[in-house]
Design a protein around this ligand. Structure first.
Ligand SMILES: NC(=O)C1=CN([C@@H]2O[C@H](COP(=O)(O)OP(=O)(O)OC[C@H]3O[C@@H](n4cnc5c(N)ncnc54)[C@H](OP(=O)(O)O)[C@@H]3O)[C@@H](O)[C@H]2O)C=CC1
Ligand SMILES: N[C@@H](CC=O)C(=O)O
Length: 438
């Protein structure tokens, strides 16, 4: 274990900031503007000793340019640094820098879900070995306190499921597609301008950002390790205005949900992210813009809901600052916060075994026997149909739209049924399955 520089009463806690973009610049400003209150709350002055960026020549309003450096490794390995705040994003060089900081003896605060959901095991093991903290409240759901409740408040309870909206960008896009009939592209541009999207917005719209967050939530909730790549993940890039209209015709809205459950039969963990039809009366349906919401169900507490701004510089900086003060207090006391608790070796369920209800739209020729053929595809694949609706009545033989709602079914069974439907002579257009929750 690296001996820590003693933070005596006259010494400040020295902070290195990696990244000065949407979140980093908000953190840097708060450290200056709130310096006196932060000193009292942390028990020591918090001194920003350097800010690593790519471009040191760019004008950055409110930021002391003498602190800028383009050598992040030199900054995190500097002898005097007590606390490294990683707000660069992505895997490299963030991984290398975080590990170097911990090995050198600094504690770490990060908002980097992609990094933790991919290299969390190594990072937490390195922190433990060096007796240092890794705090990451901002990594999931922006300003919403969700990591601390899972790591501390609910650690004595048995969590059975988590369901939530954990990506602000996609919630913003889907909300705008519903409420303003905006196109996907223009809503995404707005979300980028507002600072909600990742540097590469593919991570948002393809569902990878939500999948990384779901992996972190599932790991904390069920005390096991889940990696981002193990999460079943479908983004919103294929969601069309027709899907939005179909959801509305069912008095529902489209949401990108993250769902984490333990299957009590085989003790596997099912973690998934996908666009989902949610009935308007469900509390998640009214979560608009870049807001996030997370429902937790646990044995003793019952149902809990967490709600708030899920993205953006200022809300995310709030979560980072909370971690920063907590870690500074720990440093001053010579203590560390809770480490990783992943003692349960639960396996992650196969994607095909994941169970949900479906809403399926398909175009068929309105001829005798069509309904029977369609129903047989579901029956042969063990998918139970709950309701069938024919959208319009035309002349015999004309194409009509059928809407079928199923009971909860296994993904692999539903996929097999859809594959058979596509081969039917009576099916004359695309077959569009959407998952349904609530
Ligand atoms: N934006 C949001 O709403 C939220 C973001 N997060 C997370 O916070 C982190 C930061 O996000 P955000 O602020 O939006 O990202 P930005 O893209 O706005 O900022 C990234 C910053 O990192 C710097 N940087 C990038 N690569 C390097 C490098 N190799 N060396 C030194 N500096 C580098 C950039 O420098 P330069 O300025 O010179 O380009 C920039 O200042 C990410 O992990 C993200 O997932 C979490 C919750 C919400
Ligand atoms: N790009 C992310 C930012 C916060 O984590 C999002 O849109 O939620």
């Amino acid at each position: 274990m690296t001996p820590h520089r003693r933070i005596d009463e006259a010494s400040p806690v020295r902070i290195a900031l990696l990244g000065c973009g949407t979140v980093g610049s908000a953190v840097a400003r708060l450290l200056t503007e709130q310096a006196e209150d932060l000193r009292v709350r942390a028990g020591r002055r918090l001194e920003l000793v350097g800010i690593a960026v790519r471009d040191t020549t760019r004008e950055r309003p409110g930021i002391d340019s003498s602190l800028l450096t383009d050598d992040p490794l030199a900054l995190v390995t500097a002898e005097e640094v007590d606390l490294v705040v990683e707000l660069i994003g992505g895997i490299e060089p963030a991984r290398e820098l975080v590990l170097a900081a911990l090995d050198r003896g600094a504690s770490v605060v990060t908002a980097n879900k992609a990094l933790l959901a991919t290299h969390g095991a190594k990072i937490f093991e390195t922190a433990e070995r060096n007796g240092r903290d890794v705090y990451f409240e901002a990594a999931v759901a922006g300003a919403i306190p969700i990591i601390r409740p899972l790591r501390e408040s609910l650690v004595g309870d048995e969590i059975t499921s988590i369901i939530g909206i954990v990506n602000g960008t996609t919630n913003y896009i889907l909300d705008k597609m519903h409420s303003d009939k905006q196109t996907f592209e223009s809503a995404l541009t707005e979300a980028q301008e507002l600072g909600y999207a990742e540097a590469d917005p593919t991570a948002d719209v393809a569902g990878h950002d939500a999948a990384a967050k779901a992996a972190i939530l599932a790991g904390l909730a069920f005390h096991c390790r889940v990696r981002a790549e193990e999460v079943f993940c479908e983004g919103i890039t294929e969601v069309t205005p027709e899907d939005i209209a179909a959801a509305e015709s069912m008095d529902s809205v489209m949401k990108l949900l993250a769902i984490c459950q333990v299957n009590p039969e085989d003790e596997t963990v099912a973690v998934r992210v996908h666009p989902t039809m949610v009935p308007r009366k469900h509390p998640l349906a009214s979560v608009d813009g870049a807001y996030n919401a997370i429902f937790i169900e646990s044995q003793s507490a019952g149902r809990l809901m967490f709600y708030g701004p899920g993205a953006g510089g200022s809300p995310t900086a709030s979560a980072v600052m909370g971690d920063l003060v907590t870690v500074a207090r720990n440093l001053v006391r010579g203590a560390t916060g809770p480490g990783e608790s992943s003692y349960r070796g639960l396996a992650v369920a196969d994607a095909g075994a994941i169970r949900t209800a479906y809403h399926i739209r398909l175009q068929v020729a309105d001829v005798a026997g069509t309904l029977e053929s369609v129903a047989a595809c579901f029956a042969r694949n063990h998918v139970s149909v709950r309701a069938v609706r024919q959208e319009a009545q035309g002349a015999v033989g004309e194409a009509v739209e059928l809407v079928i709602v199923t009971h909860v079914a296994r993904t692999q069974d539903l996929d097999a049924a859809v594959a058979e439907l596509r081969l039917l002579d009576q099916v004359t257009g695309p077959v569009r399955p959407m998952r349904v929750e609530g």
